[in-house]
Design a protein around this ligand. Structure first.
Ligand code: PDD
Length: 298
């Protein structure tokens, strides 16, 4: 399948899709991004992703490159041109290209890139059916993890460590021993007394769109739920654990650092949440919270 990527107003063959050598995304990680799920060729929770993108841009004072509606059109067109049925679309906006100087350059236009790719649902479902392993790593990231920047080296190092350990994800642990989140996902447990726990939104974690969607489903299901930090020891004593993200949906976690969680198999609550989340994705995220309020700047 020939792939097409969007770069600064043009839809280009993948091999020709390039940005300038002095792009600030490349030199300073001066760029933000979103990964949006695609279901039946349509974007899932587009409003939430756009609200979070605008918040990331505003926090860094990167110009909004176009209206929300125009961006959604670009993303949808990229998905269509690549004939993606189930997959994701990656959107990156950098401050732009300019001679290398640390302060913001004047008069540059943001660089916009969109790339769509299919997702192997069978593989994801197979992982979910048996559950996945996570390892833990110290959280060595900066103190604005709420902004979705492309400064992902700590996340890449943690994910590589997970890969080398045969694990699916690395949970990042703060100095006080609490799990912040996964390298590219949010972390959850179900305690022995059946309370779902995930860390509250702060500068220490990314406010996941999937996290928010699952929280809404948890409320609707009437499940007991608490937003508070949890430790690795608590996760090991938990009944269930799972991660949420755009590309993992709800993924049951069955071991942490080689030690089993619960009975060592995927949990029933995680499986139930995965299935209702899939129904949510199939509806493309209708009936979601007020995303503008969810991602209001602090
Ligand atoms: N990552 N936390 C971090 C650090 C993340 O990078 C992500 C997403 C999440 C989950 O957010 P969401 O539910 O909005 O996908 C949490 C994306 C998928 C990525 O970098 O590929």
């Amino acid at each position: 399948m020939s792939r097409i990527a969007y770069v600064n107003g043009r839809y280009l063959p993948y091999a020709k899709a390039a940005v300038h050598a002095e792009d600030r995304g490349f030199q300073f990680a001066d760029a933000v991004y979103e990964v949006i799920a695609v279901n039946e060729g349509r974007l899932v929770d587009a409003e939430g992703h756009m609200a979070r993108l605008e918040r990331s841009l505003d926090e860094l004072r990167i110009l909004r490159p176009m209206s929300r509606a125009a961006l959604v059109m670009v993303l949808t067109e990229t998905v269509l041109r690549n004939r993606i049925h189930t997959g994701s679309v990656y959107l990156q906006v950098s401050r732009g290209a300019a001679r290398r100087e640390f302060p913001f350059p004047a008069g540059v236009r943001p660089t916009v890139v969109a790339i769509a790719r299919p997702l192997d649902m069978a593989k994801s479902d197979a992982n979910a059916a048996k559950g996945v392993a996570v390892i833990t790593r110290p959280d060595i990231r900066w103190s604005r993890c709420d902004i979705k920047t492309v400064g992902l080296l700590p996340a890449a190092l943690a994910k590589q460590a997970a890969k080398e350990a045969g694990a699916y994800e690395a949970w990042l642990v703060d100095r006080d021993g609490f799990v912040t989140e996964g390298s590219s996902s949010n972390a959850w447990i179900l305690t022995a007394d059946n309370v779902l726990v995930t860390r509250p939104i702060s500068n220490a974690i990314l406010g996941g769109i999937t996290r928010n969607a699952v929280m809404e489903l948890v409320r609707r299901e009437g499940l007991r739920f608490e937003e508070r930090p949890f430790t690795v020891a608590e996760a090991l004593a938990a009944r269930e654990a799972f991660v949420t993200s755009t590309t993992s949906f709800v993924m049951p976690v069955t071991s942490v650092d080689g030690k089993p969680v619960g009975n060592g198999g995927p949990g029933v609550v995680a499986a139930r949440l995965r299935s209702i989340y899939e129904a949510h994705a199939a509806s493309h995220g209708r009936g979601q919270p007020d995303w503008q309020a969810v991602f209001a700047a602090p």
